[in-house]
Structures are given as C-alpha cells and as structure tokens.
Write a protein that binds this ligand. Sequence first.
Ligand code: EPZ
Length: 418
Amino acid sequence: MDRFIINGGTKLVGTIEVKGAKNAALKAFAVALLSKEPVRIRNVPEVEDIKRMCEILKNLGAEIEHVKDGEYLVKAVKLTNYIINPDIAKKLRASIVLTAPLLARLGKVKFPHPGGCIIGERPIDVFIDGYKKLGAIISQKEDLYEISVSNKLKGAKFIFPNISVTGTESLVMAASLAEGETILKNCACEPEVESLIEFLNSCGAKISGAGTHIIKIKGVKTLKGGTYTIIPDRIETGSFAIMAASTTSILKITKCNPGHLECLWVIFEKMGIKLEYGKGWVKILPPKKIVSVSIKTREYPGFPTDLQAPFSVLLTQAEGLAMVHETIYEGRLNWTDELKRMGANVLNLDPHRIQINGPAKLRSREVESPDLRAGMAYIIAALCAKGESIINNIYQIDRGYEKIEERLQKIGADIKRI
Ligand code: EPZ
C-alpha cells in the first residue's frame, strides 16, 4: 500500500495547474452511454475513480479508447449488460448515474447500493422516487436493486426533497430520452450539473434551466455524439488556494475558473487573505496573520462541503475562534480526531458542528486517510507541521487528485510516495 511521507514547515512557491473536475468527468462517461455515436471526453483527470468508471463501462459493453493523457473516446453502439458491476459500484458513489443511460437505452438496470467516501449515510431515495415518477418499477433482491420500465420512460413532474447533485444529473439524463416533458424542481445548481446539461444540449437534448433550481426537459428519440471538454476542478482549485493560505505561501493557480469559487474568495477577504485573479488563474497572497471566520457548508453557490476538511486545517492556522457547521453530511467531521492529535484545538459540539481555536502549532504524525477530501486536509496539515508526517491509505487521495505528490513537489513541497 502506497503512503506519503511529508516533511512540513517549508513554504510553497510558483505555479500549479488545475486538472479537469473529477465530479464532472465521471458523469461525462454516463452521458456517453446515452448515445450510440462516439463521444470524445477531454481534460479528464487521470485518477483512480475514472479508472473504476471505465472498468464498469467496458463491463456494460462500451468500447473505450484512452487516446492520450486526459482524453478518452467512448463508443456505446450496443450495451450488452444491464448490471452495474457490484464490486466496483461499492467503491464508487458516482456509479449510480449509470442507472440513467441503462434505463433509457435498455429499459432496465440492476445495481447495488453505491459506495464511495464514508462521510454519512448517503441514501438513494431520490433516485428511486424520481425513476418511479418517470414510470419505472423498482424491486430489491438480496443486495441488488432492479429498476425496469415496461416500454419507455415517461415525462413527469418531480420535486427533489433534498438537493442532490447526482440525483439531478441522473434524472436529467433519463428524462432527455423519455417520452414527453419532464419538470424537475429543487435541482442542484453546481457548475458540474450545468456543464453536463450544456453538453447534452449540444448532442441534441432539449433541456432548459441549467444552473437554476427548475429544469425542464423535452424528451427526444436519440442523441448524437460529440466532444465534451471537462470544466476545471473547483474543489482542486479551492484545495490549492487553502494550502497556500495555510502555509502562508504565495501561489499562482492556473487552468482554473475562479468564478466557481466566489463563496471561498469572500471568506478569504474576511480573513485578510488577498487575491489577484484573471481569466483562468488566481494568485493567493496570504498575510502573516489570518483571522478566523466561521463557515457553514451549503449547496452551490454556497460553501462546498468538499472544501470543509481543507478549510478546517486553515482555521487551525488562523487567529481566533471559529465554528465549522457541516450541513450536508453527518459523518464528515470524524476526520478531525486525527487533526486534534496533530495539535489542533478542536471541540466537537455534535456530529455536524466543531469549534476550532487557532492558531495552533501542528505536530507531525502518522495518519490514515479516511476519504478523499480528508486526505487532502491531512496533506495540508502535514505541510504546516514541522517534521515528518506519514499519510497511509492514499488510494483515497488518488481517487480524486492526479499525481498529487509530483505536482506539489514542483511548487516546493517535501512530499514523496513510498
Ligand atoms: C456529489 O455527491 C459529489 N459526488 C460529492 O463529492 C459532493 O460532496 C456532493 O455532491 C455534494 O456537493 C459526485 O459528484 C460524484 P448529493 P452526491 O446527492 O451527488 C442527501 C467528493 O469528495 N441525499 O448531492 O452523492 C445526501 O445524504 C464527493 O468528491 C438523500 O438524502 O451528493 C446528502 O446529505 C463526496 N437522498 C445530500 O442529499 C438521496 O437519494 C446531498 O447529497 C441522495 C442524497
């Protein structure tokens, strides 16, 4: 098992490029299954989750050509299997979005409860209820759900009880090949959802309302192929910005879209962290003293839950008392137990809220990465701490950050993979 060895206490310097958004790229592979024509996907991050997604697609009968680094060509002329490989799906929450193309094209799909980061209960009721509204029948045998439709999915009205990113993406995809009109309310507005809809429309789908809470879809018979260029990863951008601020390093982040992180920049301003930005880049100019600011995670355009862990590390380096209120997942603050052992002054109030009193001198330590974003938080904490830290279970980090150690070495981080 690979692990990272990090010697902290040094400043980062220079420029780092952002890769394509993992959470957009994973869904692009699902979109590619909706069409019988080839779909080219560009700016794909070369991460473990993408490899797992490709394995599932091949198992469903799609042909995948890895054209070059970051570029894939998917041909799904014929789908030969309607079962989403349970062993892989249990590792990858995003596998749930494949239910949409399989239902739309084959009229049936079998899948297990999807896995992924262990950050809370992560139910799938909105998918089940949404597909039922579109006319599907659901059954569950042993560990597998089966969803089927007698003829074609039928357009319907559906209100999401909770805003769900993959729920919105799945129902939009399924409805784009359904008969008649679908109106979805309380939809997710994340840039990844908007980008997916723009691509679907370029393939001939008729969808309006992308980036808003109400989306209307007029079903079409077939979709064409095309080229889908993945948007920059806003969570990676935010993670690098937080890393720079936490280590008081001046860092330029390129190939990103600063407009997708307005909420973080407003908080940075309150903390006294200066920024310069332009089209496709942002430069972080942290002061010596950073002021603490409380945050509450929210759906887009609010503060992203995926940045809560890295941001909490920044709060350990800021002056004053701040509250972190994680509103999306009930298990996403558990990682802070190790942060406390690194010397952070963290008080757990309840499963959704912690208080952080800073600044604290972090101590190096051996830790275990419990999930992707907590893994990134430990990297940032280890870069702040003097001495050698070890991060185990880095498969979790490799799931979403491409060759992270090589990219951090280039900006001066003392990190190696062994
Ligand atoms: C997506 O997960 C992302 N994953 C997550 O990123 C991200 O944290 C999350 O959206 C929120 O932004 C992918 O895009 C692959 P949700 P998703 O459905 O779609 C509840 C990362 O680190 N809910 O929007 O699975 C759910 O429990 C990952 O990259 C239901 O109650 O999240 C949560 O409280 C982690 N019933 C809330 O909705 C459902 O059927 C939002 O979840 C579905 C969700």
